[in-house]
Design a protein around this ligand. Structure first.
Ligand code: ADP
Ligand code: MG
Length: 701
């Protein structure tokens, strides 16, 4: 969309918002009880009713003769009540018998009101809408919708909307309230007509009417599948509001103060000089982007995305040194003990020649060591800290924290990331660098993560040979054991990943112990180690250190090694029951090899028969090496829920739009959001208030 053509029509003042914000509780006929129930549906203001859109539609425009109804299909029948009674066995219920020219039907209600009994008096005419099934009393409808009618009463001309509801709020009540809202509120359109035309979208009021009261000739399938142009308009507005809200959160953050950390190139240059390798172009670019952010007096909020092995740790280290060379503190938090310790060792290694000693904070440190370390951090003598979530616990005091780095950020909840940020100095917010090897698919990056700046490491350090992936049936396990032996006798090392048993941690542990035992027996000439989640931290780290030092040939492991473990000499990975793992997990695990110069192989052992999803996943992992491609496939197989899961909140959830199905609406929504904020902030305000009401304040935390 071009800026020039769009700006003139956006400039018009938005029409007045009228009484849209009226509390529903004040409406005639809405007492305290009903108001409370409506609030459960997030219906508090009159305006909220407009956006309470049907879940689906029922076709009451036709009658089906009772004799022609089909079990399992919804139908509307009309007939005369020939019997009606409250039975007590097998339980208390209202049972009525209805007759038309073609047959009779039983209708039952387990919960019913005296008014329904009256409507079902023998001789009255009623319409029932429901699903027919064969039951104890013959063909029956259970809990059909009931409507008393006069003989010859006209049928509705349009589909009947069915709204999401809650106990004690009937469809009829909702319909009445929504109709009243439609009739009495001035439904202004924050988008000028010219813009709607350009986007091929109907006006807002028109779209609402089409969804609440479909035209008699409306395409039921398009309504049902939410492909009708009216649905597109609503989804567009919703995505637009999401973009507005993210953009505003971004701007609000830029308005806050942080310590400016200009690059002094003292420590960073010293590290780069001593490294045995040069940064890749991608690393250099990310480092420059971060350096510029850190130099600014407002908090950085940046996501560093890079496939496994792309070298994120170095980028983080350079950022931390930029804080240190300004005399401020930086902390790096990792989700597991193994990973945090590895970061610690690597940093300690790199930084020792610079005369810097990072603090190491994990749950397993001894009290006395810890106390001294904490004291140095509290006095600001130690500038760099590495740790697990132990970093955010109470006794840790980082008064000069100016940069917080979170590795594998999706593994932490919002609250944990906030807790690290809160360690900072008073009103000054620390800069945040989040790192992730789980690539975020483009649609998600443009929506749920759009309030972050992103740096991407799209290049692996040179000299890596691609990992070859093999799919091998469990039946050939012995051959695989033979390959492990050959590789290790050839001076290489191997990982053997135990099957994932999600239902039972105890069973998972048992399997790991057994696998270790059988492999150790099958490979008497090799040293076989074992790590699993139940080991004490120091046992775990001793085993990892022995493997890293080459003292163990084979490391049998549960998924504790999934993230970040870096032993370049390990070139063979075997994953048992690979079909049980998720795609992201398989990709992460596979990324543990291919870190050195030797040709690496990842063997995915699978058990037959393979389920449909198991097969689909293995195919994706076999065919793709690129984490982004895998994430895209993953999004297709699973939907965005799990990607967003760890983020928990902070972004308004989408009620109607679907990131995959409506992907083409995201880009125009984003462009328009920027334009609205710049040129017509009152329209932006209007949209935010319409969709989010008072909720936005919460979401901005
Ligand atoms: P990840 O992005 O998965 O966290 P790491 O930071 O663990 O990757 O880096 C993987 C390996 O590559 C490490 O051994 C690291 O020292 C090495 N490495 C990082 N950058 C380079 C580079 N530019 N050239 C060569 N090796 C590098
Ligand atoms: Mg890493």
């Amino acid at each position: 969309m071009s800026h020039e053509s769009a700006s003139p029509d956006i400039g018009h003042p938005a029409p007045p918002a009228c009484s849209a914000a009226t509390a529903l509780a004040g409406w005639p006929g809405v007492g305290a009880q009903l108001a409370g129930r409506l609030a459960k549906l997030d219906l508090r203001r009159a305006e909220d009713l407009l956006l309470h859109l049907p879940l689906r539609y029922e076709d009451e425009t036709r009658l089906t003769p009772i004799g022609a109804t089909r079990p399992g299909y919804p139908a509307q029948v009309e007939g005369e009540v020939v019997a009606c009674e409250v039975t007590l066995r097998p339980r208390r219920q209202l049972v009525a018998r209805i007759r038309d020219d073609s047959g009779t039907l039983v209708a039952r209600w387990l919960n019913f009101y005296p008014s329904q009994q009256k409507q079902l008096a023998v001789g009255r005419r009623v319409r029932l809408f429901g699903e027919v099934r064969g039951g104890f009393f013959g063909d029956e409808m259970v809990h059909p919708r009931l409507r008393p009618v006069e003989a010859g009463e006209a049928l509705p001309e349009a589909l009947t909307p069915v709204y999401p509801t809650t106990a004690g709020v009937g469809q009829a009540t909702l319909r009445k309230l929504i109709d009243r809202a439609l009739a009495s509120l001035a439904v202004d359109d924050p988008l000028p007509p010219a813009m709607c035309r350009r986007l091929g979208l109907p006006g807002f009021a028109e779209a609402l009417r089409a969804l609440h009261h479909p035209a008699p000739d409306a395409d039921p399938a398009a309504l049902e599948h939410r492909e009708h142009p009216a649905w597109r308009r609503i989804k567009f507005d919703e995505l637009l509001v999401q973009q507005l809200s993210l953009r505003r959160a971004y701007n609000a953050r830029r308005a806050r103060a942080a310590v400016a950390l200009p690059p002094r190139r003292r420590l960073t240059a010293a590290l780069l000089e001593r490294l045995p390798f040069a940064p890749t172009r991608a690393q250099a670019r990310a480092v420059a982007e971060i350096a510029a952010d850190l130099a600014a007096p407002h908090p950085m909020q940046r996501l560093l995305q890079g496939d496994v092995g792309s070298g994120k740790t170095l980028v983080a280290a350079l950022a931390m040194l930029q804080a240190a060379e300004n005399g401020w503190q930086a902390a790096l938090m990792a989700p597991t003990e193994i990973l945090a310790e590895q970061h610690y060792r690597k940093l300690a290694d790199w930084l020792a020649p610079l005369g810097l000693q990072p603090a190491w904070l994990s749950g397993s440190r001894r009290k006395r060591e810890r106390a001294a370390e904490l004291e140095r951090l509290r006095r600001g003598e130690t500038l760099l800290a590495v740790g697990t979530h132990a970093l955010i616990e109470d006794p840790v005091d980082l008064p000069r924290l100016a940069l917080a780095v979170v590795d594998e950020q999706h593994r932490f909840g919002v609250r944990q990331r906030l807790a690290l940020r809160e360690k900072g100095a008073g009103a000054l917010r620390p800069h945040m660098l989040m790192m992730s090897a789980t690539p975020i698919p483009r649609t998600l990056a443009m929506t749920h993560y759009a309030d972050l700046d992103v740096s991407v490491l799209d290049e692996l350090p040179p000299g890596r040979t691609p990992i070859r992936t093999r799919l091998v049936s469990e039946a050939r396990r012995d051959e695989v054991v033979g390959r492990v032996r050959a590789a290790c006798l050839d001076g290489r090392q191997a990982y053997w990943v135990c099957p994932l048993i999600e239902e039972s941690e105890a069973l998972q542990l048992k399997t790991a112990l057994e696998t270790h035992e059988t492999l150790a027996a099958a490979l008497p000439e090799l040293k076989v180690g074992l790590v699993h989640g139940r080991l004490k931290a120091d046992e775990k780290s001793a085993t990892m250190a022995a493997f890293a030092a080459g003292e163990l040939h084979v490391l049998v492991a549960t998924t504790v090694i999934e993230v970040g473990v870096d032993v370049p000499n390990a070139s063979l990975m075997v994953i048992e029951h690979a079909e049980r793992f998720g795609l992201a997990q398989l990709h992460q695990l596979r990324g543990r090899v291919g870190r050195g110069t030797a040709e690496s192989v990842c063997i995915l052992l699978y058990a037959q028969p393979l389920s449909e999803t198991g097969r689909a996943r293995l195919k994706v992992i076999y065919e793709n090496a690129d984490g982004f491609a895998i994430a895209r496939e993953d999004l297709q197989l699973r939907g965005p829920g799990e990607f967003v899961g760890a983020r928990q909140s902070g972004v308004p959830l989408l009620r109607y739009a679907d990131l995959e199905a409506d992907a083409e609406l995201i880009e125009p929504a984003r462009a328009l959001a920027e334009q609205l904020l710049a040129q017509a902030p009152e329209r932006a305000e209007r949209l935010l208030s319409r969709w989010l009401g008072g909720r936005e304040a919460l979401l901005r935390a």
